[in-house]
Structures are given as structure tokens and as C-alpha cells.
Design a protein around this ligand. Structure first.
Ligand code: HEC
Length: 125
């Protein structure tokens, strides 16, 4: 079966020698995209294991169980990672979270942020 390649259309307008190059670029883009996807899924899986201890306050469904703890499900990856780094360094102060974040490595923070980020939530306006 022929896989649809949007560059086929572009090729009609480009000089012949560009064809194989574009095809190769397209394949490279797809392969990179798939590799990144697989990497993200792997990070999230590790992150899930790391968050067992967080569930007491942030909830097993990633929706907080404590009145003063925020929901983490579906939050942007970069935001979560930044907050955890601020909490780890003490620049953002919260007694509990400063302790929780202290032992985390950069990689663990990425994995945890990736896990919470992949937990889809539905907002109903
Ligand atoms: C004992 C309760 C408790 C535990 C356990 C706990 N947290 Fe928290 N967490 C909090 C509270 C309370 C806050 C709000 C901090 C503040 O007011 O600044 C918070 C804030 C956060 C934030 C910032 C969210 C935002 O929207 O800014 C992140 C990220 C976070 N926690 C991740 C974790 C992770 C990851 C773990 C486990 C390693 C964990 N927490 C364990 C209570 C807890």
C-alpha cells in the first residue's frame, strides 16, 4: 500500500533532483516524530511510578484530595517541570513541597511532569 506523502504534490512543482531529497526529509521528519512520541511515553511511565508518594495530596486520579493542593492532571509539561525546579531550589517556598522536590533529579522531574501532562482532563466551560 502506498503511504500518502504530501510532498508528492509539491514535487510536481519542483526540479527533479529535489524529489528524493524531499522524500528523505519527510521520512526523517516522521521517524523523528515517532521516536519523540515513544520517548515521551517512556518518560511518563517512569513518572507514574515516581508519583505514588504524591497521590496522598495530589490524588490518585491526579485531581487534588487536599483543599490546599493543586490539581496536576493535564498541566503543561514545561510549567510542571519549572515549578518542581523552583520548589526543589527553594525559590518557591512551601514547606511540604520543598521537602518532596528536594531529592528529585532533573530527569525525574521531566518524567513526573510528563506523566501528569499526559493525564487528559476535560474542561467544560
Ligand atoms: C503532603 C501533601 C503533598 C505531597 C505528598 C505532595 N505535594 Fe505537591 N503540593 C502540595 C501543596 C500543598 C502544594 C501547593 C504549594 C503552594 O501553595 O505553593 C503543592 C504543589 C505542587 C506543585 C506545583 C503545582 C502548581 O500548579 O504550581 C507540583 C508540581 C507538585 N506539588 C508536585 C508534587 C509531586 C511530584 C509530589 C510527589 C513527589 C508531590 N507534589 C507531593 C502538597 C503535596
Amino acid at each position: 500500500m502506498k503511504i500518502f506523502n504530501p510532498f508528492d504534490r509539491l514535487l510536481a512543482f519542483s526540479p527533479g533532483f529535489l524529489g528524493p531529497l524531499m522524500r528523505r526529509l519527510f521520512s526523517f521528519a516522521i521517524a523523528t516524530f515517532m521516536a519523540l512520541g515513544a520517548q515521551a511515553a517512556e518518560n511518563a511511565q517512569v513518572g507514574q511510578q515516581l508519583t505514588a508518594q504524591c497521590a496522598a495530596c495530589h490524588g490518585i486520579k491526579r485531581l487534588a484530595t487536599l483543599a490546599h493542593a493543586p490539581n496536576l492532571a493535564g498541566q503543561p509539561l514545561q510549567y510542571l517541570a519549572e515549578q518542581l525546579k523552583l520548589l526543589r531550589s527553594g525559590k518557591r517556598q512551601n514547606e511540604t513541597m520543598n521537602l518532596m522536590a528536594k531529592p528529585l533529579t532533573d530527569q525525574q522531574i521531566e518524567d513526573i511532569a510528563s506523566w501528569y501532562n499526559t493525564q487528559a482532563i476535560q474542561l467544560i466551560p
